[in-house]
Design a protein around this ligand. Sequence first.
Ligand SMILES: [Zn+2]
Length: 150
Amino acid sequence: MTDNSSDTNDWMQDLIAKSAAAKEKAYCPYSKFRVGAALLDMDGKIFTGCNVENASYPVGVCAERTAICKAVSEGCQKFKAIAIISDIDEDFISPCGFCRQAMREFQINDIVCAKSTPVNGLYKFRRHTLDELLPFSFGPEDLQRPKIGS
Ligand SMILES: [Zn+2]
């Protein structure tokens, strides 16, 4: 984990700002917990997402997976970073287990977790690697391992 709260890196601040804008679109009448995400691909393209809840609760989708599905459906599968933001200021947002696994699938290895409100124009954030958030993870290559009886 890297606490880069004072980092003024422009691209990262821009990515967080785009996640904040996506958060404004959140559909969360049940949890009232707005989340936005912005996913940066290797070519510099950004895909945003918000959480989209459903009256049948398990059908709801998180902001991170919304962004990932948008990107993949547009032909992008290699990513540099994802920024995530909620309405919480007292701590950094943290992705749920489902989303960590979805990030694992595409090796999204720079996960930027932001606080809601910018301070002096800059978002406070904390960066994680995928391995920090999902150690000893299961991924596509595990399916290729030799299995007994085959
Ligand atoms: Zn999630």
